[in-house]
Design a protein around this ligand. Sequence first.
Ligand code: HXC
Length: 512
Amino acid sequence: MHEEKIKRLYDLKKAAEIGGGEERIAAQHSKGKLTARERIDLLLDPRTFLEIDKYTTHRDESASQKFPGDGVITGFGRVDGRLVFLYAYDFTILGGSLGEMAGKKIVKIMEHALKVGAPLLGIIDSGGARIQEGVLSLDGYGDIFFHNTLASGAVPQITASIGPCAGGAVYSPAMTDFVIMVENVGQMFVTGPEVVKEVLSQDVSFEELGGARTHASKSGVAHFIARNEFECMDKIKKLLSYLPQNNTEAPPLAETSDDPNRIDPNLVNILPENPYQQYDMKQIINSIVDSGEFMEVHELFAENIVIGFGRMNGRSVGIVANQPSYLAGALDINSSNKAARFIRFCDAYNIPIITLVDTPGYLPGADQEHNGIIRHGSKLLFAYCEATVPKITCIIGKAYGGAYIAMGSKNLRADINYAWPTAEIAVLGPEAAITIIHRKDLKQSPDALATKKKLAKEFRDKFANPYIAAEKGIIDVVIDPMETRPFIIRALESLADKREIRPPKKHGNINL
Ligand code: HXC
């Protein structure tokens, strides 16, 4: 008697695990894609997955076929021993489209993740709203968006796009903290190429419109790209290793064999003698973080600012640094948006922020002004001011004007501000400054070029250095570049128990 009941369970289990059937699984593989279950196996520690709502089916009585699971697999498991909740759309079932019950399954898992305070991972491979279920599928998306918002700032949310993700469905990934897209497989767009052709008579391929490279470099929707699904899962695991489980915890402390007192006498040589020569800020970052390991976020987007995670004596840190090798490290709309969102993420999850500064200022031009550099640039100021996690800033080279203030200056309540002796802190760069304050002298000079050079040198010697700021206490310590790592680590350790109380309010109003 019992045997029959047990057998029924196993039959149902088997039916659920075959998803849309052998044929559709083969079709999935022939597109070079893994199935949702294979993806979960790749992501989670072995034998840790507990699937829930495996037998849920849709309520569409007119449908010719019902599939257990309803096109999405949900549950929880462990990544490197740490609890995570996940949902993975199963493309083999009705193209992974989202119907009423699939929506309820996802929301249930989101609520569960929120209750226990664990990260939420989503794997998208879906035809979007299930057409047959009409408004109920839209209802499901609405509920998912609501829970994305509830979870934002409470538990980390990461989305992998490994298949189509179209229409309004793209907004749930966009509301999560990090999006990773697999090249030539992940696609995200609000309106597809056919609609673009019909409405705008423009020919654009899926890849060009919403592929991984497009979103990683042009729109900034994708924070990471992966060459294949294996790399995608590895990146998710690595990313999680820097993050706490939720906003009430500190990120995990990692073991490190890298000496916290390690100095790097070569560090200063990375900075060219000529302040107009380019160099790669990532070389400096790699030198100061533990074992040279830096996980860059948004590597291909707004390259004039570098953001990402590293560790300092085992502690997770978020690094924000100007990149002099791209647009001379000037701040613009995209770099302001990129850094501001990252700072807010770090602040939400108790990750200290290390800022490395070498920027000539905000990028000038009608294009930037008309597209709202004032609006977007102010987000960077807002994000730094708002952040109460430990903030340590080190000025390496140029720190001019508004960009000096924006890049984690003392007034934005950085806790410790270091400067290298090579730092140039001024309202304007020497050349720009003297053309304004010495306009008359230059006009009257028989050799304007030589006079300009001489005056610029005088200005640089007198004003463009860190010592005036150090005299005023705006820079706490001028350090020997080779000691950057030990100085940052000492500051971080002194700030481990930092508490900063702000006036109570519902929320600030960042200039979105
Ligand atoms: C129901 C769907 C579906 C959908 C795909 N299928 N999308 N069923 N609702 N939205 C089914 C197909 O009928 C097919 O079933 C199976 O899934 C596989 O689809 P194929 O088209 O054969 O696969 P492929 O060639 O790989 O193309 C994948 C696709 C395409 C690019 C995703 O299916 C497609 O364009 N789908 C529609 C996308 C769309 O317009 N969605 C609505 C977006 S609007 P059979 O049984 O034949 O195998 C939206 C609003 C959200 O999502 C709003 C939120 C606020």
